[in-house]
Design a protein around this ligand. Structure first.
Ligand code: BGC
Length: 863
């Protein structure tokens, strides 16, 4: 083993609570995190000094992530500067970090004053609007902050310039109880004298019809409305607030004629009104607005907003067999098109979107009732630029109808949108198919982490299905810093649990009443997701905040359980999309639903007991642990037969029993053998659905069936992960065979090509092939234990942990394997080189081992 030597020490990044796109404080006591970079081996923090404006506090702490606010609470309109300096256990002292300006994003209690305004007599439901006002302010403004929210989706523009680059503000939350407001510094957009505020507004999720088939209905409201207050601060310390009120004017004659999340948008460039959001515009033809109170005080965003996060060029233009023009972006993604086009006034260009082609035509059947169609009406006055503003689509292909003249591919851009989280995780191996699988999971996350974690982005769903994010959470937490994103969504989970007697519904925000029922694997998201945030980010506050919800879910489970503390006889989704289930009956899995539900019950009890212990709630911890032990004993009594089999002899049943630690010792080994045997009998094809898949490979590896795990991963026939890759998938599919081997689309009516649930395998890739896993919350201690599979020559896994960059890479050559590990400052790692029986504990720095290649996989396969 070799270790590199010292040179420098610095505080490289300071973060205020969870957001990465600015030092926003969503509470008066935000937590502080900093990343220390040091070349000194084993660097450990002994103390930190925090300077806020003039005052400095010395903290005798070795913690550098999510450190509790040490100062008096922030006040809403303060803008203090913050900097951090650290001292190591070796006596080294860093320089002060560059000053960061903290921006409180919250308002004081009662400070939200703005009412909602919308159309007075809207002609049609969900009618998009433009709204405007003007005001005079002769004094120079020292600082202007915009606070805005909506029943709908909006953008504010000041003197003709958009307030920021976020889209689809304020996102989707459980609107009845929880509305979010932005807090944007717009000082640069104001001018002394006359100023104008303009708002573009559409219905978005607020007016969308949710529900399946004929049942779709508006859940929140018929019409959009917006509320904003603009706070102006002056040099003399005084301030003034301009708000929405009855003096504003609005029109439904703006360029956005109609807009819907599922339907798409129609924009008429003839209706553009230059200068409408600038002072002096004649709005006498506009109408007075309807004013109504905001019933829920909006709260600040905890997470980064949705933004445009990338652009794609047209990869190919095709003419379909029926003569239609189809653009191929080479990548399934979420967003919309931006096009530059000129032609006669009133001429319409229509864009339809699809994820796949069938028989050379765009396949829209999987979209079900989502029209996903944008229409652009040309002005006839030269080049028009169009980009739908208040909708999005999941697509790789766009069919363009009515393009005037020849279509130059450079005139069309694919605009990618999604919650603008910071990328934190990378993985690659020597196998290109596996690399593509990993990329596909990244793209599915980019598309489905859009304001909230959704199942899919294209059909008439795009809902916060709780089971999906429950299984994908650990993968997500590696790929992007989604601590704020998921903590925000968990607040909606808490809201919905309170509305549903402790039950976390299948979708959050809850918009499908029939699905607001206790469901194993879905409702457990209330327990599992906060635990994931704690494990992966060290976010103890997320755990503390969500703990009442965790507790109320397990209390509910204990009420639902029978006298054996098992959960039997309830309607369940079960191991959803088991590949053996018929296309039109995705819930008909091999694994018994009662067994699956009981396994999840024990899992939630275990995790809640662990959370209670972490939070010092000893009594709860003891009670839930005892209940879990009883349920575990019943599980063995009721579901195990002949001493070594499960009554439900299905792969998911064994994988859950092993993965959730429901059995131990010889029985666990026997289950591992049976699981490997079943997988072998099934020809090494993936035999599990949504709930079995995330634990399948772990269950095999942890019972010494590594070779079987590898064969499953390497499989390219359906059902398998690499089957979809070999069929050209660029995102993770909902079904193992969303597309059949003959290129036809699965006949099931529920067939998406962008669903991250089966992408949960990437967490296993990171931990086992890459070999990087958290041993303590937030990767304060890291486990490095890659399995050197025969199939891979090398692998590399890198993660921006809350403490800095951790990286593991290994390469095989000439009967040896070289492992390199980079450990961030203020952390340590337990390293088990492949095949080695010796574990090493190392501190920060870069370390390297060379060991004989053990050929683990080959050995197990012969056994
Ligand atoms: C969604 C899923 C979800 C499932 C459960 C589907 O329609 O797309 O991903 O978890 O329903 O019923």
């Amino acid at each position: 083993m070799t270790t590199s030597t010292p040179s420098s020490l610095r505080v490289a990044q300071v973060r205020v609570d969870r957001r990465n796109d600015g030092a926003y404080a969503d509470t008066p006591r935000p937590r502080l995190s900093w990343i220390v970079e040091s070349d000194r081996p084993n660097w450990r923090q002994r103390a930190a000094e925090i300077r806020l404006d003039g005052s400095t506090i010395v903290l005798d702490t070795d913690e550098s992530a999510f450190v509790e606010w040490p100062f008096p609470p922030l006040r809403p309109h303060d803008r203090p500067t913050l900097s951090v300096r650290v001292t190591g256990t070796d006596g080294t002292v860093s320089a002060w970090s560059p000053a960061t300006t903290v921006q409180p994003a919250f308002l004081a209690d009662g400070e939200w004053r703005a009412p909602l305004i919308g159309a007075r007599r809207p002609a049609t439901p969900a009618q998009p609007l433009l709204l405007r006002t003007e005001f005079d302010e002769p004094r120079p403004v020292r600082r202007a902050t915009l606070y805005a929210t909506a029943h709908g989706v909006y953008q504010v523009s000041l003197n003709g310039v958009d307030a920021d680059d976020a889209v689809l503000k304020p996102g989707w939350t459980s609107y009845q109880q929880r509305l979010l407001h932005e807090s944007t510094d717009v000082t640069a957009l104001l001018t002394p004298g006359r100023n104008a505020i303009g708002v573009r507004l559409a219905g978005g999720w607020w007016t969308e019809r949710f529900g399946f088939r004929g049942e779709a209905r508006r859940v929140y409201g018929e019409h959009p409305a917006v509320a904003l207050q603009l706070r102006l601060e002056f040099a003399d310390g005084t301030s003034r607030t301009v708000t929405t009120d009855g003096g504003w004017r609005c029109t439904d004659r703006g360029p956005i004629v109609s807009s819907g999340i599922y339907a798409g948008e129609r924009i008429d460039a003839r209706r553009r009104m230059p200068g409408w959001a600038s002072p002096g515009f004649d709005d006498t033809a506009w109408s007075p607005v309807e004013v109504s109170a905001v019933t829920t005080a909006p709260e600040p965003w905890l997470a980064e907003p949705v933004r445009r996060t990338g652009e794609l060029k047209v990869a190919a233009i095709r003419t379909s067999p029926s003569g239609r023009t189809i653009l191929d972006f080479g990548q399934n993604f979420v967003g919309r098109l931006r096009l530059h086009v000129s032609g006669p006034a009133g001429h319409v260009v229509t864009v339809r979107h699809a994820e796949v082609l069938q028989d050379g035509e765009i396949a829209t059947r999987p979209l079900r009732y989502a029209k996903a169609t944008d229409e652009f009406v040309l002005s006839g006055t030269g080049m028009d630029t169009f980009e739908p503003e208040f909708t999005f689509h999941g697509f790789r292909y766009a069919e363009i109808d009515g393009w005037p003249g020849d279509l130059d591919p450079a005139a069309v851009t694919g605009v990618v949108i999604g919650s603008d989280m910071k990328r934190t995780g990378w993985f690659e191996t020597s196998d290109d198919l596996v690399n593509r699988l990993h990329d596909n999971a990244v793209w599915s996350m980019r598309g489905n982490f859009l304001s909230l974690p959704t199942d899919c982005p294209q059909r008439d769903e795009r809902l916060g299905w709780t089971g999906d994010v429950q299984v994908f959470g650990p993968s997500a937490a590696f790929l992007y810093d989604c601590a704020g994103f998921l903590a925000s969504w968990l607040r909606d989970v808490a809201v919905e649990q309170a509305r549903h007697g402790g039950v976390c519904p299948r979708v959050v925000p809850e918009v499908l009443p029939k699905h607001a029922v206790a469901t194993a694997g879905w409702s457990d998201a209330a327990v599992i997701v906060p635990m994931t945030l704690h494990e992966r980010f060290g976010d103890r506050r997320a755990l503390a905040e969500q703990y009442p919800g965790m507790r109320s879910w397990v209390e509910t489970l204990l009420r639902l359980a029978d006298e054996d503390l098992l959960w039997r006889g309830a309607p369940q989704l079960g191991d959803w999309l088991d590949p053996a289930a018929p296309p039109d009956a995705p819930g008909q899995a091999r694994a018994d639903k009662d067994l699956v539900a009981s396994a999840y019950l024990i899992r939630s009890l275990d995790l809640t007991a662990r959370a209670a212990a972490t939070l010092g709630r000893i009594e709860d911890a003891g009670r839930f642990e005892a209940a879990a032990d009883l349920a575990r004993a019943s599980f063995a009594r009721v579901f195990v037969e002949n001493g070594d089999r499960l009554v439900s002899d299905a792969p998911t049943a064994y994988a859950l029993a092993i993965g959730f630690d429901l059995v131990e010792g010889g029985l666990r080994d026997a289950f591992g053998r049976r699981l490997a045997g079943l997988v072998g009998e099934a020809g090494h094809l993936v035999p599990t659905g949504f709930l079995g898949t995330p634990v399948l490979l772990d269950a095999l590896v942890s019972t010494a069936h590594t070779g079987t795990a590898l064969r499953l991963l390497a499989q390219t026939q359906p059902p398998s992960w690499l089957y979809q890759v070999s069929m050209g998938a660029t995102t993770i599919w909902e079904r193992w065979d969303s597309m059949l081997p003959d290129g036809r689309i699965n006949p099931g009516e529920m067939t998406s090509f962008n669903h991250y649930a089966f992408g949960s395998v990437v967490d296993w890739l990171h931990r086992h092939v890459g070999g990087l896993a958290p041993a303590e919350p937030g990767y304060r201690r890291i486990t490095v234990a890659p399995v050197a599979f025969d199939a891979f020559e090398h692998a590399r896994c890198c993660h921006e942990t809350p403490y800095g960059t951790a990286e593991v890479s290994w390469r095989r050559s000439g009967g040896q394997i070289t492992l390199r590990v980079r450990v961030p400052a203020n952390t340590s790692a337990e390293v088990l080189p492949p095949g080695s029986h010796e574990q090493f504990t190392v501190g920060s720095g870069t370390h390297e081992w060379t060991v004989p290649y053990p050929a683990t996989a080959a050995v197990e396969e012969c056994a």
